[in-house]
Each structure stands twice: as structure tokens, then as C-alpha cells.
Design a protein around this ligand. Structure first.
Ligand code: ADP
Ligand code: MG
Length: 638
């Protein structure tokens, strides 16, 4: 037997080990994942080398990974039949943590002043050292493929390591022509890792899709990992049932739901990844919970990394389920690092574009399915309109809105544009809570009568994206309940043209501006409205309220107030319909005696009526009821 060489890690490295084992991974289970994935890598490398040099596989017993436990000695071993390591490689790979990067990393840590910043540590390959999270002594016995020397590397993870030739007994534990056995002496506070069940559970969680068998226990014949990496197989070889089964697994829906969209593809080029993603049919109960976990699972080269990668999917894609498997990301990347990783955000962009494209396709191929999707998830998708400028056009493409054009069908913006009137270059909308109430809203009477289509927006989110998005294909979004809309270009249908209707009322024509009533109302209501004006909007109703040109839409103001983002002091504009009989007679009344109590009551009633239509609460409901009864009484008596 040769000498044992003892080597020190050096001060920097032992400090680093401390940081790594305490700060890098919040979850100790991952050391199993790290060691198993190293074993899988070693098998992959031998498989590759053997292509050029088949001799390497002489007497090879087949690729596998086996974990076993010796509880009385507190030992967990992980054995693989991979490529193994020579003495030099062990010193190099296991003895020099993050080989080239150690010094640079320590420098950065010092400079940043963040002693334990996991963000920095995550950039360096330190996978093997995660073993020291649960273990106070690690022995690595390894024989390189094609060699007959077996070496033993040993360390407590603090002071340094020793390297020597392996004993007969140690060589026997290897029991394979080439490969590696890692024996971990489990720390007192980590006894759970001495349970086979625990190890099995970790493997099923993190390494289920590794493509070689993993066994737990010395005599176990059945591998623990049953599933293969379905997403890596060509689409043509995957049955509908297999997709369904996989969806059930990744969505946790246990077969109660079906995917509305299955998007399975491989991206190559600047970034390379494979993804198998699903849009569910049913809305998860916690869709609107802001703390909701992201549930697309991130793999790196078939190794499960996390299902909580925040940057991987946009929050407004939080209903998507499935797997993304990157070829480019480093395995040892920490969660914190993932969030700002450039590859991750490129994947997100690419995946989002693809999914929006698939949804657009669905809207053309299967309208019923798409409509069902939109009812479930449309409000969430619209969050993307202010959250992700680069995808805005694609999102607008799949948006569907209620419209005055149809009572039953929703419309796309493309179809709206298609139906626009000659000379119309704006998209009109009204927003509120109740679609039916908005449909009958006085504010859009004038538009409807002129055959101008109005989109009816009912989701809270609409009030947040509209101020930011401005237009669709150059056509501005214009609120029908705000400012003055110029409708002079669009005459009312012939019979109702105001100038024709009033043909024989020349005196009346000049009086259409209802000066007496306008100035009376402006004075009487000056504490509540900023202005009173004659309206183009109204055809059937006497009055309505609208927001001033530069103010926030009335409904939007209310929403913003609820969400405590904004409190508007702006007073609305009261618009009156000059052709309405009630307005005409009140104008006459204001002309004759603007001190009359009846006129004052009428002004209050008009204003309250506008509020009610708007869905706003009345300041003085009993006052309203009293005046109403008074007027009704007079009407009955007359
Ligand atoms: P990484 O896997 O990112 O390279 P690790 O710290 O996990 O970093 O492992 C360091 C190196 O040690 C590996 O790159 C590999 O060369 C070597 N190594 C670790 N485990 C094994 C093993 N089971 N068989 C062969 N080589 C291994
Ligand atoms: Mg590794």
C-alpha cells in the first residue's frame, strides 16, 4: 500500500465550504440530487468515451446507480458504474473546490461585503461539496475506466483531504471494473437520510427522469425511478394517453382535468431547450393568490432543478404546467441566481411567444375550446399587457371582449377593426362591472345609434392596462365615458337626425343649447360636477356623467381607489340630452323662474339619476326618495 498524502484545503476553501454547506442550499435533500447527478454524468461520459474506445466497456456490468444504507454505522453509499477518477483527477476535481473560480469567488465575496451571498456562490460549481451538508466525513473510492488502480479520497470537509490507494476491502465495495463509490458518514442531526424510504422519496422528486436505473438498497431489483424523460422523446412516439398521464402528474390534477393545449417542442439555436407545457382546462382554485407558486418544473439536462423558478414563466402565465429542460444552464445554479439569469429570461421569452402562438392557433382551429380557455384565464393573460411589453401585440391578438355588436359572442380586436365605420379611427370601449348594465348605459346610446361598436370591458385588470396600452394597430382606445367624443362625422340614421326632426321647430333649433338649464345646473351642482354640457352621447336618456378629458375614467377611478393606488378629486362632467322632453321642460322652467323649489329638486333628481346609472352610491338616499315621491305625487295629481 502506498503512502497517504494529506493536503490542506487552505483557509479560503474551508471558509468557503462553511458558506456553501450552510448558505447555498436551503434544502439539505439536494445533496442526494447532486451526487446522483454526478454519477449520471459519469455514466454519460463513459458511454460517450466508449464510442471511440469500446475496450473501456470490457466486463462492464451495465450503467446504473445504487444507493444503500448502513444505519448502525451511519453510512450512506452511492455507487455508480461510470467513468471513475484517477488519483490526479480526484485531487483536481474534489480537492479544489470550484477549481479556477475559488480565488475569484473569495475576492468577490470580500468586495461585495455580503459574506454569505448565495447569489455569488451559485455561479460556481460546488455540487460535490453539498455532501458535507449532511455528512461529517466523506470517502470517495474510484477506479478510472481502463485503469487498474483504485484510489481513496477522504475528507471531513473542514481541514483538508487525504488521498491514498484503496484497501482490498474498499476495492470490494466498488465491485465493478470502473466507477465510483461515495460513502457518507451521516451527521447526528441528519439521521433521516439513513432511511431508505427517505432516499427513495428524494430520488422520485428530483431524479425521476434520469435515464438510467437508480436502485435503493443492496438487494433491490426494481429501480426507484420509473418515469423516463417523456419530453425528450419525439412527439410521434408519444401517445395521447401518455401525454394525459404526464399532465396528470405535473398538474397534480389526478386525472380530473385535461389539457386545453399541449405544447411540446425542442428549441435550438442561441439557446437550446426542450419543453412540454400544458394549458389546463380548469382554473386552479388559487389562480389569483399572489403568493401562488410557479409550477413549471425546470430541468437541466434531465436533472430536476426546481419548480419555483420565478423568472422562468411570467406571472400572467401562472396557469401553465409542465417541464422545461435546458441544455445550457449550469446544474449548480442556485434559485436566487436563476431569477436573474440571462438564459432563463431568453427561455421565458421563447416559451411565451410559442404559447401565445399556440393559443392564437387554437382560437382559429377550435373556437369553442378557445372561448372556454378565455373565460378561465383571459383576465390573467391580460395582466401581461402591462407586464410584458415585448409580448403585447401577441397578447392583444388573442384578447376577446364583449361587444355591443353581439349579445352572445365575444370579439377579437381584429374583427372589431374589420367592422369599423368609414372615417372611424378609434376603438370605443366602456368599462365597468356588469356587462348587461354597460350594454344599456346612456353614455353609449349615441354611439350605438350611429352604428359605432363599443367594447364592453368587465375585468378589473382592464382598467390597469388600458391607460398604458393606448392603441391597437394604430387605432387608439377611447373611453366612451370620458371627455367629449366627436360624433359629428357619424350622422344619426336619417329619421332621427336632429336637424330633420327639428325642421319645423326653428325657434326650438336655436334653443337646443338649453342655456338657461345648463347654467342653472352648473350653479346648483358646482360642488359635485366640474361642468354641465349638451351631449352627443345621449339619445334616449336625459342625463349622464362622464369623466373630464384629462381625468381618469369614472369606473377606473373607482377601481384605483379600491386598490388604493390613487384617489381622484376630479369632479365629473354632467351631460344633458337637449332633445329629451324632460330636459326641454326643465329648460323652460329655468327660463321663467330659476328660484323655484321644484327646479332645485329636479336638478338634484337628475344628478342622482346619473349617479344611479353609473352604479355610484347616493350621498342622500332619503332625500332622493322624498323628492321622487313629491314629483310622483304631483304627476298623479296633475
Ligand atoms: P460539477 O458536477 O458541476 O462538475 P461537482 O462538484 O458536482 O461539479 O463535481 C466536480 C467534479 O468531480 C465533476 O466534474 C467530475 O469530474 C468529478 N466527479 C464527481 N463525482 C463523480 C463521479 N461519481 N464519477 C466521476 N467523476 C465525478
Ligand atoms: Mg455535479
Amino acid at each position: 500500500m502506498t503512502d497517504t498524502h494529506t493536503m490542506n484545503f487552505g483557509a479560503d476553501v474551508s471558509r468557503l465550504l462553511e458558506i456553501v454547506t450552510h448558505a447555498l442550499y436551503s434544502n439539505r435533500d439536494v445533496f442526494v440530487r447532486e451526487l446522483v447527478s454526478n454519477s449520471a454524468d459519469a455514466c454519460d461520459r463513459l458511454r460517450y468515451e466508449a464510442i471511440a474506445n469500446p475496450e473501456l466497456l470490457k466486463d462492464h456490468t451495465g450503467f446504473d446507480i445504487r444507493l444503500s444504507v448502513n444505519p448502525s454505522e451511519r453510512i450512506v453509499t452511492i455507487r455508480d458504474t461510470g467513468i471513475g477518477m484517477s488519483k490526479d483527477e480526484m485531487v483536481e476535481n474534489l480537492g479544489t473546490i470550484a477549481k479556477s473560480g475559488t480565488r475569484a469567488l473569495m475576492e468577490q465575496l470580500k468586495q461585495s461585503g455580503a459574506g454569505n451571498s448565495p447569489n455569488l456562490i451559485g455561479q460556481f460549481g460546488v455540487g460535490f461539496y453539498s455532501a458535507f451538508m449532511a455528512s461529517d466525513n466523506v470517502t470517495v473510492i474510484s477506479r478510472k475506466a481502463g485503469s487498474n488502480e483504485t484510489w481513496a479520497w477522504q475528507s471531513d470537509g473542514i481541514s483538508g483531504f487525504t488521498i491514498r490507494e484503496a484497501s482490498e476491502q474498499e476495492q470490494a465495495t466498488l465491485n465493478t471494473p470502473c466507477g465510483t463509490v461515495i460513502s457518507l458518514h451521516i451527521k447526528d442531526d441528519a439521521s433521516e437520510f439513513l432511511l431508505e424510504e427517505k432516499l427513495k422519496r428524494i430520488i422520485v422528486t428530483y431524479s425521476n427522469h434520469i435515464s438510467l436505473p437508480i436502485y435503493v438498497g443492496t438487494t433491490e431489483e426494481e429501480p426507484v425511478n420509473t418515469a423516463s424523460a417523456l419530453w425528450m422523446r419525439p412527439k410521434s412516439e408519444i401517445t395521447e394517453d401518455q401525454y394525459q398521464e404526464f399532465f396528470a402528474m405535473v398538474s397534480g390534477s389526478m386525472g380530473l382535468d385535461q389539457p386545453a393545449v399541449t405544447a411540446h417542442w425542442h428549441a435550438e439555436g442561441k439557446i437550446e431547450y426542450t419543453s412540454l407545457l400544458f394549458v389546463p382546462t380548469l382554473r386552479p382554485f388559487d389562480l389569483y393568490d399572489p403568493s401562488r407558486r410557479h409550477s413549471v418544473r425546470l430541468y437541466v439536462r434531465r436533472i430536476f432543478i426546481t419548480d419555483e423558478c420565478e423568472g422562468l414563466m411570467y406571472p400572467w402565465m401562472r396557469f401553465v404546467r409542465g417541464v422545461i429542460d435546458s441544455e445550457d444552464l449550469p446544474l449548480n445554479i442556485s434559485r436566487e441566481m436563476l431569477q436573474q439569469n440571462a438564459i432563463v429570461s431568453k427561455i421565458r421569452s421563447s416559451v411565451t411567444k410559442k404559447l401565445l402562438g399556440d393559443l392564437d392557433k387554437l382560437s382559429r382551429d377550435d373556437k369553442t375550446a378557445f372561448t372556454a380557455f378565455w373565460h378561465q384565464f383571459g383576465a390573467v393573460v391580460k395582466e401581461g399587457l402591462y407586464d410584458a411589453v415585448e409580448h403585447r401585440e401577441d397578447i392583444l391578438k388573442i384578447c376577446r371582449f364583449h361587444t355591443t355588436q353581439s349579445e352572445t359572442e365575444m370579439t377579437s380586436l381584429a374583427d372589431y377593426l374589420e367592422r369599423m365605420k368609414d372615417g372611424q379611427d378609434e376603438i370605443y370601449y366602456i368599462s365597468g362591472e356588469n356587462v348587461d348594465a354597460m350594454r344599456n348605459s346612456p353614455q353609449i346610446e349615441g354611439l350605438k345609434k350611429r352604428g359605432l361598436e363599443v367594447l364592453i370591458l368587465k375585468d378589473t385588470i382592464d382598467d390597469f392596462w388600458l391607460p398604458i396600452v393606448m392603441d391597437y394597430q394604430g387605432k387608439k382606445f377611447v373611453s366612451a365615458t370620458k371627455g367629449q367624443i366627436d360624433l359629428s362625422k357619424f350622422p344619426l340614421p336619417n329619421s332621427e337626425k336632429p336637424d330633420q326632426k327639428n325642421k319645423n321647430e326653428t325657434a326650438e333649433q336655436g334653443a337646443r343649447d338649453r342655456t338657461s338649464l345648463v347654467s342653472y345646473l352648473a350653479g346648483r351642482l358646482s360642488d359635485r360636477v366640474s361642468k354641465v354640457r349638451i351631449s352627443d352621447r345621449l339619445t334616449d336618456s336625459p342625463v349622464c356623467l362622464v369623466a373630464g378629458e384629462s381625468d381618469v375614467d369614472l369606473h377606473m377611478g373607482r377601481v384605483l381607489k379600491i386598490h388604493q393606488q390613487y384617489e381622484s378629486n376630479a369632479k365629473p362632467v354632467l351631460e344633458i340630452n337637449p332633445d329629451h322632453a324632460l330636459i326641454k321642460s326643465l329648460d323652460k322652467m329655468a327660463d321663467q323662474d330659476n328660484q323655484s323649489e321644484m327646479l332645485a329638486d329636479a336638478a338634484e333628481l337628475l344628478y342622482d339619476q346619473a349617479l344611479i346609472i353609473q352604479g355610484e352610491p347616493l350621498k342622500d338616499p332619503s332625500g332622493f326618495a322624498r323628492r321622487m315621491s313629491l314629483f310622483l305625487g304631483k304627476g298623479l295629481a296633475a
